[in-house]
Every structure is written in C-alpha cells, then in structure tokens.
Design a protein around this ligand. Structure first.
Ligand code: AMP
Length: 224
C-alpha cells in the first residue's frame, strides 16, 4: 500500500526513474503528462481544452488532472502501490490526493539538479508518441536514429521542450511545485536524491530509500 511521489523540475528524470521503479517493484507509473499528451493526440474534448496550456508550458486546470489521477489510482493494479510522475504539481493537488486516497503510506522523493543541466537535458530529450519511452540524445540514444527501440515508432521532440517553453515550465515549477517540498518536509515523508548522477546511480539511491521504507512498514505490520 505504497504511494511514491516523484518530485522535481522538468527534465530531472522523474519519468525515467518512474519507469525503472515500475519495472523493479511492479508499481504502475502514473504520469498525468502522458495522459494529457495522449488526450491531445487523440483530439478528445479534454485534449483540446488542455492543448494550449501544455504548449505554453502552463499548468492544466486542477479539476482535469485530479480527475485523471483519481480514475487511475483506483484501478486494480494500483492496489499494492503506485508511482506518481508529475502529479501533484501544486498544493491544491497535493491536498486533493490526500482527500482521495489518504490512507496510504507515502514517500516523496525529490530529484534535484541544477537548472543549467535541466535545460541541456530537455533540449536533448526525445519521446516515443506510441509507447511513451523516453530517450536522451546525450546519454540514452536509441539504437537506430530517430526510432524507438521498444516499438519501432518514430521518435518526436515534445513541443514544450523547445527553449522558450522550457523557461516558462521552470518558472511554473518554482512558483507552484517547489512549495510542495516544504509541505512534504513538514509531513516527514520527504527525501532528496542527486539527479545529476547517471541514471543507474540515481536509481540505486531511490531503491535504497524505497527498500528501507518497505522494511520499516513490514516491521510495523508484524508488530500489530
Ligand atoms: P510533464 O510530462 O509532467 O512534464 O507534463 C507536461 C505538461 O502537462 C505540463 O507542462 C502541464 O501543462 C501538463 N501537466 C502535467 N501534469 C500536470 C498536473 N499535475 N497539473 C497541471 N498540469 C499538468
């Protein structure tokens, strides 16, 4: 019954680490950004509503993302646990999450790294529009240029990874999402890892936090 919240600015590696956690522990990764991009690609009414905000690097309305998260976290595969990537993104969403699914053990992991590195990383990011795999032309290049290793689709650059939009997204992060760090520190569920290390090293740090949390929670269960 574990909720893992990955916090961190755009480009910090939340999606990549979320995928690794999913692979190792079996907790599904829930990315509101992925859901929204799918809705935009499928031109659903919700996608049309969200499209401009995403393009401009602004946050989509709380009601929309809270609804998306709520629908997903009550699916069967989330019973043992889930990993949130990109949600909550502000205090309102964080409080809503507790209202919706308050009884879970929670661990919040901030992936921290300097802004200069973020900007470089985001410019090199490519994603697969079909299976949502994430690549970085500097460190995790696909085997064939521009082609997804996992499903063979053509990779794309996210529209919001263009330079001007990146600046706006970082601004939005500082203004709305960073205050969550203080919020979660107050709840003592907060941990921080150095995101400038290579992917495997960051993942090792995350695993040791998760393993220790799970051991403690098992010990508590046994004592009950
Ligand atoms: P991400 O893939 O997490 O970087 O999200 C891409 C874009 O989707 C963001 O810049 C926002 O426009 C929107 N978005 C994703 N998650 C949320 C959220 N929890 N609240 C509001 N907007 C979101």
């Amino acid at each position: 019954m574990m909720r893992i919240i990955l916090l961190g600015p755009p480009g910090s590696g939340k999606g990549t680490q979320g995928d690794l956690i999913q692979e190792k522990y079996g907790f599904p990764k829930i990315s509101t950004g992925d859901f929204l991009r799918q809705a935009v690609a499928q031109e659903t009414p919700l996608g049309k509503k969200a499209e401009m905000k995403i393009k401009q690097g602004e946050l989509v309305e709380d009601e929309i993302v809270v609804e998306m998260a709520r629908d997903r976290i009550f699916e069967d595969d989330c019973r043992q646990g889930y990993v949130l990537d990109g949600f909550p993104r502000n205090l309102f969403q964080a409080r809503k999450l507790e209202e919706i699914d308050g009884n879970r053990e929670e661990i919040v992991i901030e992936i921290h790294l300097p802004e200069k590195v973020l900007i470089k990383r985001l410019g090199a990011r490519r994603i697969c529009p079909e299976c949502e795999a994430i690549y970085n032309l500097l460190v995790t290049k696909p085997e064939r240029d521009g082609i997804c290793d996992k499903c063979g689709a053509s990779l794309i650059q996210r529209e919001d990874d263009l330079r001007e939009v990146i600046k706006e997204r970082l601004k939005v992060y500082h203004q709305h999402t960073e205050p969550l760090i203080i919020y979660y520190q107050g709840k003592k569920t907060f941990h921080k890892v150095d995101g400038s290390e290579e992917i495997k090293a960051v993942f090792r740090c995350i695993c040791s936090l998760l393993d220790s949390k799970m051991t403690k929670s098992r010990e508590r269960e046994v004592r009950r």
